[in-house]
Design a protein around this ligand. Sequence first.
Ligand code: TRP
Length: 445
Amino acid sequence: MVADAASRGKFGSNVGFILAAAGSAIGLGNIWGFPYMAAQSGGGAFVLLYLIAVGLIGVPVLLAELSIGRATQCSPVGAFARLAPRSAWPLVGALGVATGFAILAFYSVVAGWTVGYLFKALTFQFESGMTHEQSQAIFQGLSGSAGQSILWTAVFMVLTILVVRGGIQGGIERASKILMPVFFLLMLALVIRAVTLSNASGGIRYLFHFDLSAITPTIVLNALAQALFSLSLGMGAMITYGSYLSHEENLVGAGITVALADTSIALMAGLMIFPAIFHAGAQPAGDEGLVFVVLPTIFDKLPAGNLFAIAFYALLLIAALTSSISLLEVVVSYFVDERQWSREKSTWLLGIACFLLAVPCAASDAFMGIVIQIFYIYALAIGALLICVFTGWRWGTASAVGELRRGGGLPGLGGWAVLIRWVCPVVAALIVGTRIWGLVSSMLG
Ligand code: TRP
């Protein structure tokens, strides 16, 4: 039994859909993750590989997910069931629902730190002349204190629930239409401020200095994993959003717009963070502490630094919220479509259940590390692999291209079919294989 279209909801316009899907893609992955991973991998080499990964794997898988969703007008489990009746394929949708639930749990913890930091910035708690050690202690005080961390995670989860309970048009689309323009303006202002600081050129060079000799297999794997995560792929989030779109809209154009927006924002995040770091004479840190430990030590070295801090953490919070709603929506849509729960009940119950998984993540770095490992590293790559195999070999590229052509399409879909049948599954299988090989060999010592 599948809920009918009227009770499922629909995006009101193509612009609303693009803003919502871009909002899902643009998130902590772009602003918190991308810059520190780039720093970890020596800057430019990672950036170059990331751009290749987006074009080769990201855009093709994005179009596959969107076409599955729009063709069926169903959330992931129902979508696979409709296109491959009486098969095991709906399990791929179920894996997606579980993955969305788990990713939302650790995502809310990091988003919770962001709420905490926004609060600190708004109440002028960043002292001037703070040393790296002092900043580290502040971050520890927040992330290392289970109580504070859980409190801010709860605040963030409630925000997410409040948007998703409003439904597609009245909740997700409406929030995206307000938040995304604010986000773009803040981002633009921060980038302009950062690149006009003295010594900004050092930061820009750092980001775009493509040192090919720095490339290692690990960097390639990291770039691929990051491309999937950043575009919200591998678990059916884009299947779900696509299912709320009508057949009149140009799906290929919308998908490419979303990918371009997401990639530009990742690069802009680098253009905002590295020039500020070089201006302050600090070092880019290649770990999660980049935006929570390094940045607070340089805000006061910038003109109007506290304003910069407020704008930055507000930006990060908006990015996180428009992404977390897409994660919760995947889980909620399953219960609304396939189990006939009301949206109100699904949103609260599942949001609270997810918070219960977030609590141990907030309390224990080790636990959070395991959840990230399983779901960010393995589940998304396995999900992406299965989605490619499904689209290329089971549903078939002819049907998928037919769907992509409805409402316009763009030239080059023949090339897309080749990528989704051959290139993407092979690369995704290599990611999964290499990761499992690494895991097994490390266990064998
Ligand atoms: N893309 C988001 C980010 O970059 C995170 C995200 C939202 C996500 N929905 C997703 C990741 C679905 C994977 C799958 O922060």
